[in-house]
Design a protein around this ligand. Structure first.
Ligand code: 3AM
Length: 179
């Protein structure tokens, strides 16, 4: 099974991001479905079927909060030859980075050398299309601030068409409250 740990967004933030993606309106891009929008924290890749329950429990144990975040600037990943259009997340008090660090430790994976760039992938570049980021103008991202809704271990089903994600384990985070 192909697994990754993800932070889940409040419904109104997913709706705003889906609306932003629709406003980009670029036929070279394939939007991620509103229900599938998430923040990948730790990519685990292929894991044995019988490891899923243990890994799910490890992720759930990391669900301490609240974890406040905000929508930041759009970002093409990777910039040299973009495959996705994402929206960066701000991490005003470091809680999102700390959540990821807990998940990395709990899952027993080697941390990536690249710095963590929290983001929500909003659309994928269609096969055969080429984007030159410097030539693109994008609509402004709505300046939302919110609490991360939940932490999940997600299973990714590959295949033709949009990626499908299924929660193997899921833990709601305490609300961040207003502001
Ligand atoms: O949340 P997004 O969509 O940005 O890009 C993949 C996706 O991220 C990423 O894991 C998420 C769920 O598939 N991913 C896929 N392969 C990866 C890899 N080898 C990877 N991240 C790191 N290393």
């Amino acid at each position: 099974v192909r697994l990754f740990a993800a932070a889940e967004l409040p419904g109104e933030v997913r709706a705003a991001l889906a609306g932003w993606g629709a406003a980009v309106g670029d036929p070279r891009l394939r939007p991620v479905g509103e229900d599938s929008l998430h923040v990948t924290l730790v990519f685990l890749g292929e894991q044995p079927d019988d490891a899923a329950a243990r890994l799910g429990a490890a992720v759930v144990a990391c669900a301490e909060g609240p974890v406040r975040a905000g929508l930041g600037d759009p970002v093409w990943l990777s910039p040299g030859r973009p495959h996705v259009l994402a929206v960066g997340l701000t991490d005003p008090d470091g809680a999102l980075g700390a959540l990821r660090a807990r998940a990395v430790a709990a899952l027993g994976v080697a941390d990536e050398r690249r710095p963590f760039l929290p983001h929500v992938t909003v659309a994928r570049v269609r096969r055969g299309e080429r984007i030159r980021p410097a030539h693109e103008t994008l609509p402004p991202v709505p300046p939302l601030s919110f609490g991360i809704a939940a932490l999940a271990l997600l299973r990714s089903h590959l295949g033709r068409g949009p990626a499908r994600y299924e929660a193997v384990a899921h833990a709601v985070l305490p609300s961040a409250g207003p502001g």
